[in-house]
Design a protein around this ligand. Structure first.
Ligand code: ZN
Length: 243
């Protein structure tokens, strides 16, 4: 393959890349917005799970305490019935049963105070935060779905065109020397995809700096790949494209 052909292939690659970039730029900041909203949603979901976990833990402690209190109440009732039945003969036995009732009542009160009352504030705080998060989540979801829909519409419109360009690009890449692709990519990465510039009337159209006449002739002859001394782009003489 002649050097001229190699340069022309790079020029064509650049043209396709420009069209692809234009299609992608139509999406604007939608992909970035989707990413932000998704991460916000994940954070809110995580916090929700955290709070629900804490709530479950509190509820399980409360249930345990409630079960213990139920047992104690049963015991009180049982002792109470015994005392009322008149079947208890000795004072010692009577006092023992009465003491059990007293201890059980004290324990029930303690349980209610420590486990049940202390948790009320925390549970309210959690409930409020959960409600707040639910509201935020709803807003985030609405916005996220809007953006996803918008992106989908745009992609539907441009998808066919993009696929066609990508096919053209893949075909083209197969014809280009690997070292030329590497060279092209190095420049494209720092020049926002503009790796090739046309030389017209002694100027680089990439950066509009002028090119010495002798070099301009060499670029037209295209015996090797020249790059612009001021912007670094691969140069191609306009005559080569229109020829
Ligand atoms: Zn230049």
């Amino acid at each position: 393959m002649s050097m001229k052909e190699r340069i022309l292939l790079l020029y064509n690659l650049n043209k396709i890349d420009n069209e692809l970039n234009e299609l992608i730029s139509l999406r604007g900041d939608i992909p970035a917005k989707i990413e932000d909203l998704s991460s916000e949603k994940n954070q809110l979901d995580e916090r929700t799970n955290e709070l629900r976990g804490e709530l479950d833990e509190i509820n399980s402690i409360e249930n345990k305490v409630q079960a213990e209190n139920d047992e104690l109440l049963k015991k009180i009732e049982k002792n109470d019935n015994l005392l009322r039945s008149g079947s208890v003969k000795s004072n010692k036995e009577y006092n023992a049963l009465a003491k059990e009732i007293e201890d059980a009542s004290t324990k029930i009160k303690e349980n209610e105070k420590s486990a049940l009352e202390d948790n009320t504030d925390r549970k309210n705080t959690i409930d409020n935060e959960l409600k707040l998060i639910a509201g935020q989540l709803e807003e985030v979801n609405v916005e996220l779905n809007q953006n996803l829909k918008e992106l989908e519409d745009l992609t539907t419109q441009t998808g066919e065109e993009e696929k066609e360009l990508q096919t053209q690009k893949d075909d083209l890449l197969k014809k280009i020397e690997p070292e030329d692709i590497a060279h092209y990519n190095r420049i494209a990465n720092v020049k926002f995809g503009e790796a090739v510039a046309v030389v017209r009337k002694g100027s680089c159209l990439g950066c509009y700096s002028s090119i010495p006449p002798q070099k301009a002739i060499e670029i037209r002859t295209a015996d090797k790949i020249f790059t612009c001394e001021s912007c670094g782009r691969i140069l191609i003489a306009e005559e080569l494209i229109t020829a």
